[in-house]
Design a protein. Structure first.
Length: 313
């Protein structure tokens, strides 16, 4: 700490305070200069003449000489000793070098660069062989057969697919799920096509569906006096029918009593529709609703009991 204060006072301070710090640090420097350096490392003694000129004599400092720091064991301070320049003038000292054994070839490749020699398989002998030769060939043949069978089994092994979390994926279930999604997409497209049709096409399709339902209960034979078939054919309008102008149109229905056409009313036991003036407010005491709830509850319990009785235990 004192050396730092002395450095700062010498470089960056001035005045009486700086002089006091430098005065306190001066005796320590003088004492350090009087210490004798004792080094445990062997060194050569040099006789230097103080009166000799700069750079004169063999002990003089040359520009090519280098200084090396040596740590003293006594006071742990750094001293400088000279290192003579080598032949090329670089002043480097070799610490250690590769150790070579006698008889080593400089051009010999490294062990990891040596070429790998693959042993050739001994050819099989035909004809009569001795027991010793047969036993010698068995381990090699068994190893080749085992390797071939393992490779074939590895190729025929079923691939295991896993998701991002590492769980095993069932390929069959994934294919079934993909088929289900494809069917749903096709049904959605069909519904979109159905939504795009007009009211006339929808009515015609509904009429054909009802006609097919009726045909299920009819006989296979259709005669000329079939009333439904004749009415259906008479009701069809054809643009090129020459007798269409002579046909009388069906008269519309007579006056009818108005019916209720608002939101669906709550159900009742007898299926009676509300009057056409009904405002949609249920003013009953809730008996009909409780009756239907109780009926549905009994039917549900009955169905559950039947399902439980026929279920595999």
């Amino acid at each position: 700490m004192s050396s730092m204060k002395a450095y700062l006072a010498e470089r960056y301070m001035s005045g009486p305070k700086a002089d006091a710090i430098l005065a306190r640090a001066a005796p320590e420097k003088a004492k350090k200069k009087k210490r004798k350096a004792t080094s445990s490392a062997p060194s050569t003694s040099l006789v230097k003449d103080d009166d000799a000129g700069f750079g004169d004599g063999p002990g003089g400092r040359d520009d090519d000489d280098l200084e090396e720091a040596v740590v003293e064991k006594s006071d742990r301070s750094f001293k400088k000793r000279k290192v003579a320049a080598d032949a090329d003038g670089a002043g480097w000292q070799t610490v250690s070098g590769p150790v070579k054994k006698e008889g080593d070839d400089d051009d010999a490749p490294l062990p990891d660069e040596m070429p790998q020699v693959v042993e050739e398989e001994a050819p099989k002998r035909g004809g009569l062989v001795t027991a010793a030769q047969f036993r010698a060939q068995q381990p090699q043949q068994q190893a080749v057969t085992r390797a071939t069978s393992e490779e074939r089994a590895r190729q025929q092994e079923q691939t295991v697919y896993r998701d991002a979390a590492g769980r095993k994926i069932d390929a069959k279930a994934e294919r079934a799920e993909a088929a289900r999604r494809r069917r749903e997409q096709e049904e959605l497209e069909a519904r979109k096509m159905e939504w795009g049709k007009g009211l006339v096409q929808r009515d015609e399709q509904e009429r054909l569906r009802q006609e097919l339902e009726k045909e299920k209960t009819r006989g296979m034979a259709r005669y000329a006096d079939d009333e439904d078939l004749n009415n259906d054919q008479r009701g069809q309008m054809r643009w090129n029918d020459p007798a269409a102008a002579f046909l009388t149109k069906k008269s519309g229905k007579g006056p009818r009593k108005p019916e209720y056409s608002g939101p669906p009313p709550p159900p009742n036991r007898f299926g009676i529709k509300p009057g056409y003036r009904w405002d949609g407010v249920d003013r009953g005491n809730g008996f009909e609703k409780k009756l239907f709830l109780r009926t549905n509850e009994r039917r549900r319990v009955k169905d559950e009991a039947y399902s439980w009785s026929v279920d595999d235990m």
